[in-house]
Each structure stands twice: as C-alpha cells, then as structure tokens.
Design a protein around this ligand. Sequence first.
Ligand SMILES: [Fe+2]
Length: 342
Amino acid sequence: MNNKKDYTELIKELDKYKLKVKKLKENEERIFSMLDASRDSIYLIDRDYRYVFVNNELLSRLGLTRKQVLGKTFVELHAPYEKEFVEMVDQVFKTGKSIKQEHMSKRLNKWFLRTISPVKNCNEGKTTEVVVVSKDITEIKRAEDALKSVYMGTIKTLARIIESRDNYTKGHSDRVTKYALLIAKDLHLSENEMKTIKTACQLHDIGKIGIPDYILRKTGKLSSEEWEKMKKHSSKGAEMLSNLDFLNEIAPVIKYHHERYDGKGYPDGLSGEEIPIEARIIAIADAFDAMTSERSYRGALSSEKIIEELVKGAGSQFFPEIVDIFLQVIKKHKLLPELPGL
Ligand SMILES: [Fe+2]
C-alpha cells in the first residue's frame, strides 16, 4: 500500500518536473526568437573568443549560416581580425564592465555602435562570456554629418565675412591652413590632430566677429584700449565654438593661438608644453602669413626679413623645434621662392 502511494507521488513529481522543463524550453525558445527578431546583431563570445550564440541579424550581416559560425573563434572567422575588438573583449573579461564603441565596417560600408557587456555565472559571479550588441547607426551618422557640414558651412561663411571686412586678410585662413598642415605633416601628427588643425585654422579668428570695423580696419597703431579689445578675439572665438559639441575639441586651440613659447602671449600667458601642439603650429603659420601679406599699415616683408624674424622668434615667440621644421617646409615647398639659398 505504501509502495503504491510512493509510486503515485513520484509520478506526480515527474509530471511537475516535465511541465517545468517544457516551460523552460518554451521560455528559451521565446528568448531565442526574440533575439532573432532583433534588428541589432547580438552574439555571445566565450573566453577563447568562440561564438557561443549568434542571432539571425549577425548571420545575415556575415552572409554565413549558424553552423558555419557557432564554435568558431572571432579570429578564425574574420581574417584579418580586428585587434581592437579582441582587446576590448579582453578588457570586459578583466574588469567585468561594459564598453561602448562606434566603429566603421569597411566591408559593409556602415557604422555600428557596439556594446560589449559581461555575462556572469549565476553562482560564482565570474564573467564566463561577453554579449555583444551591435546597432547599425549609419543613418544617424549620415544625419549627424549632414548637420555638421551645415554648421561648418555657416561658421566658415562667418569666417569669410570677417575676412572680407578687411581686404588685407582675404584668403588668410586658407593660407594659414596650408602652412599649418605642411608643418603638422612633417611633425608626423595623427590624422585626428591634422583634422583639428584644419578646422581650427579655418576658424581661428572667428572671435573677430565682435571686433568693431574701426579697430579691424585701422591703418595706424592701435591704442591700448583698442588692442585690449582686439586681444579678446581668441577667447571669444573659443567661447562661441565651445557650445557646439562637435567643435568643442578645437575651442582650446583657438583660445591659445596667440600664446607664446616664453609665456608672454595672450589670453592666459601659457608657456612651453602648456600650449596645445595644434595652437603652437597655428601661431607660426599665422605669423608667417601676416608677414608675407600686405597689410593696411605696411607692405609685405622681404623674404630675408621673414626668415630673420622666424629665427629670432625661435625660443621666445615660437617653439624652436617648430621653427626648424617650418624653415625646412619653406625650403621644400618654395613658400619664399625668391629667396636665394632657399
Ligand atoms: Fe588671431
């Protein structure tokens, strides 16, 4: 009798267990079909960089089947593999913290926002896998770029308006850009620094928008009060640009383009290494263009005089290393062609 009761209990327990397993399976299937329905690609990678789970979106991006991907390593599947991604995965395993990164897929010609997060073991709390969610942000990036170019166009127009207020400074920003980029190239600056220099050169005197014409066009010497107003243009320009997210990186470059190596410049009297590298370069390119151009209060300086001024300024107004590079640039690109020996 007892045995019969035990047996019935066991069957009941087994049924309950079966139901639980069924529910778990259904839940699992629901989660998988939810992940497969996602427009973002979602995948799990273990400590050996092996794909443990991949959703449909990733498979269609890769043009591969689930069988071709599961169990393979990231390094095996993507030759040449992306070293930066592997380093980020390592970092998530090490720190247990998520990382977000925007990256461009050259193969698909698309931008993605990747979030790599740790998946922790329920019992031990150890990171056993990482989950990667990759969102296609190409459209957002394109819209951002379009917006940036509208902004840049407007700002460049403003810069041109400032230049046109004074006939003697027409084309100044373009020439400063050209000289500064030649120096930056020979200094082996990064692509990002070159980009900053290019934009900063175009906009370096944007703060002059607030300087009245009678000061900008004055042919004689500026009074000390006028000079004080004029000196504010670098800070004002930086202030204007710091409100625009994508330009706030260049704001300090604009702010400090009139600082000097010896600390006697403005607005903050920074010296030596305190001055951003991009600002050091623009300072010399700006001074060079001022010397080679005719101004309302004087003609262009002779080539001999310009070289003399640059050499004299090395270690006081300018960084000596940048003067050395610039003298070579002048020679190589014949920026002062009429000078014998150069
Ligand atoms: Fe300036």
